[in-house]
Design a protein around this ligand. Structure first.
Ligand SMILES: [Zn+2]
Length: 123
């Protein structure tokens, strides 16, 4: 008898469950890497073992990335210094300071912090 194994196990992924409905996420290989998703809740994530998040969280993280890039690209600070500044401002350690780990609230905080900082830089 053939056993049906969720895709997430075959990839060396531990079983990913949808945080909303608790069902096993389906993982598919795409040209951008491994994508895990729950079709019931429209939540997804990228890469091994990363928890599924909603569309709102994905957009917030994207926005955080964009606002943050403006800071170090405009050379107020180096990229490393920018990360340190961001981690300090958020009150988290710099090793946890990655957009892909952030939840909706933290990502939005990053956007606000970076906007505020860019405005100081201009004046
Ligand atoms: Zn779900």
């Amino acid at each position: 008898m053939k056993k049906i194994i969720p895709a997430s196990w075959q990839e060396g992924n531990s079983m990913l469950l949808c945080p909303k409905c608790g069902k096993v996420a389906v993982s598919t290989k795409t040209e951008y890497g491994l994508r895990n998703h729950c079709s019931h809740c429209n939540m997804w994530s990228w890469g091994n073992n990363s928890p599924l998040v909603s569309k709102a969280t994905h957009s917030a993280r994207q926005g955080a990335h964009k606002s943050f890039d403006i800071i170090w690209e405009s050379r107020f600070m180096t990229r490393a210094d920018s990360y340190e500044w961001l981690a300090k401002s958020l009150g988290i350690s710099s090793k946890d300071c990655h957009m892909k780990k952030m939840n909706f609230e933290t990502a939005n905080k990053v956007i606000q912090l970076c906007r505020f900082f860019s405005q100081i830089g201009k004046s």
